[in-house]
Design a protein around this ligand. Sequence first.
Ligand code: ARG
Length: 587
Amino acid sequence: MTLTDELSLIVGEAFAAEGVDPSFGEVKVSDRPDLAQFQCNGALAAAKATKSNPRALGEAVAARLKAEPSFAAVSIAGPGFINLTLTDAFLSERVNTLRADGHAGGWRRIDGEKIVIDYGGPNIAKPLHVGHLRSAIIGESLKRLLRFAGDDVTSDIHMGDWGLPMGQLITEVAREKPDLPFFDPDYTGAYPSEPVVTLEDLERLYPQASAACKADPVRAEEARRATAELQSGRRGYRALWEQFLAVSRAAIEREYADLDVTFDWWKGEADADPLIDELAADLRRQNLTETSDGAEIIRVAREGDKKEIPPLILFKSDGSVLYGTTDLATILDRKRAIDPDRILYVVDQRQALHFEQVFRAADRAGVFPADHLEHLGFGTMNGPDGKPFKTRAGGVLKLRDLIDMVETRARERLVESGMAQGYGEIEVADIAHKVGVAALKFADLSNPRTSDYIFDLDRFMAFEGKTGPYLLYASVRVKSVLAKALAAGAGAPGDIALEAPEEIGLALSLLAFGDAVRLAYEKRMPHFLCEHAFTLAQSFSKFYAACRIVDEADAARRASRLALAEATGAQLDVVLGLLGIKIPARM
Ligand code: ARG
């Protein structure tokens, strides 16, 4: 239970004692912290519902609350807002509990769900670009948050490895190296075990192939046919495709690992392929499919739809499958593998229609209930011109180059601000990496998931303001206070007894973590965690500026303040961890 939950129960009981529904007793953090710590606005709505006077109802409730020992002050403002302030003793007790709870005061659900979360979604042979960056960053954070809250989560990268680009690549390699045995339909021997293409080859061949197919219908037809043949199991194509997969995957793993993004499953569209025939047969048995222009489709439009939802195409007229087909079969695959309660997709908002079609088809087919399939769409990262971010040359920026760019900038910022001076080169490189990745991730996650945002490296990289580097710095500073205390023999952290207003402010921030976690969890929106981290860091700064810690003369007060610092450090670690941000030991 979070602190506001607990207060809501108390206030709810007071409402109930006045003959009003206890749900009107909902308590929130005050939006006027100068007047009170918490507030309840329920008297207004309750009075409306019961046709009574809100101020009178508020006063009756307040009178009951004044008898509660946990409140230091209860007052009524305006037409019936109830303002609440807790006693220092009550707050002290709650922070002491938070310190010991093992979850830094974070909210957890009672019975977790089994969840598959699908994010990353890179495509074979195409370099990872910033479009895959947001999915990776948000997905990784949600995975961690869901696990923290008690869900049993399996993450799946769901590689794009089964569509037309594969046929385009195969035909392109066939043109460059026609003598390779992969292309000889009569070949029965073993295929080369060493890859015949490198990553650089793939990155060159794919754009070349896709341009050729665009320009030349003959080439396009060749690629289409190769795709269909690959999908129907042509041996040589399959062997070559496996090489594409291995070469790409090695690079993808490296880049995501650099961002601390990891997956339990490295499955892809192709893994669903063996289930497609069975799925299609089942759909036919249920009379759910139709033939339209030679293609086999499943209708998903519903009465009352505000816009037209086109049917999902299962098979094109040449028998090849599309994105929707593999996504549908993938749901079946996941159901067979672990039978999850829910599947989450962290994918660009622009794919909303695709997911609507897939979810409806899965529901119609009886494969998975649509209300347990969630598309968590996100906006685009734009350049200063407000259009999707491009490099100066106008191309899409590769993730690898982006990571290099933020590291370089982080290093410059460290030098400019006089940090990491005199540290060894290996440590400086590590700090620059962590600062760069923190800047990138925090900037991305601190916007509501569904919003677009503008890439502005200088702003992301600042050591002041709502940025990743500021939070790393805050975390490192808390720990250096604790280390200093240790070195000075200042004693161990002890029982917290709040006195100064800055101590109380910090305690309130720490105790707000539960609500932040729950809100982020329920909305699948990590920016609520970013907000919390920033508020906490600011509360610590105020506390640090106003209160002596290591050199506080009174031993009990020193122990209490050290404990507050320790709890802050622990909670910052947890929340940054949930954002997927790593903290350097010093900087
Ligand atoms: N590969 C896709 C893309 O690059 C993203 C895959 C998302 N996941 C899914 N199950 N469709 O757009």
